[in-house]
Design a protein around this ligand. Structure first.
Ligand SMILES: Nc1nc2c(ncn2[C@@H]2O[C@H](COP(=O)(O)OP(=O)(O)OP(=O)(O)O)[C@@H](O)[C@H]2O)c(=O)[nH]1
Ligand SMILES: [Mg+2]
Length: 191
């Protein structure tokens, strides 16, 4: 697991990205799906990344350096209805610019809520990422919120809607379920 995590910087313009050439993994998903919580969980830190019960907490691209060897990049979520259309557009543009212009981007983690399942926005983003040729892993969050008797049904529903993703991890930031496997997947990025 991650031994050392360090917050490096927040940016809104991709030209301000760190110039250290370390590989990057970006976290993409709906507001409130649990992207920032995932960073805290995998880094074993209570609040290196800011988390909130209110959607819309993350509003910049935030670089976290893991074990001095790669970055996790936290991004603002999409699909937060109470945000103005123009602000939602601003965040989407920022993410798209990042995806297009980051030479060290190695992998995209697409986040999906286990209880909610993939939304229209999620499926649109996921398809666009595959279309764009990105290496995408699906990180399903909040496993603990679904009763164990319903979990296999939810898992099947998500896999069916997403057309059987090649790489999919069912996780919980509460119990750390699935984190070992996601960590292994992150390590592959460095090879
Ligand atoms: N029960 C449970 N709650 C979770 C889990 N992951 C995240 N949460 C909760 O979900 C809420 C949103 O989490 P965040 O990590 O802030 O979500 P985000 O995707 O970063 O949201 P934005 O910054 O708005 O894009 C918080 O109240 C978290 O505590 C999980 O695995 N289980
Ligand atoms: Mg966040």
């Amino acid at each position: 697991m991650i031994k050392h995590a360090e917050f490096i910087k927040s940016i809104t313009d991709i030209k301000d990205a760190p110039d250290t050439n370390l590989p990057e993994i970006v976290l993409v998903g709906r507001s409130n799906v649990g992207k920032s919580s995932f960073i805290n969980g995998i880094a074993n830190r209570k609040s290196i990344a800011r988390v909130s019960a209110t959607p819309g907490k993350t509003i910049t691209l935030n670089y976290y350096m893991m074990d001095n060897s790669f970055y996790l990049v936290d991004a603002p979520g999409y699909g937060y209805a109470r945000r103005s259309k123009s602000l939602q557009q601003t965040f989407i543009q920022m993410l798209l610019a990042y995806l297009e212009l980051s030479p060290n981007l190695k992998k995209v983690f697409q986040f999906i809520d286990f209880k909610v399942g993939p939304t229209e926005d999620d499926l649109e983003m996921y398809d666009a990422l595959l279309e764009g040729g990105f290496d995408v892993s699906v990180i399903v969050t909040k496993k603990d919120k679904v009763k164990s008797s319903l979990r296999s049904k939810h898992e099947k529903m998500i896999k069916d809607k997403m057309n059987q993703p090649e790489k999919i991890f069912i996780t919980s930031s509460q119990t750390k379920d699935g984190y070992d496997k996601v960590y292994q997947e992150m390590i592959l990025t460095l090879e």
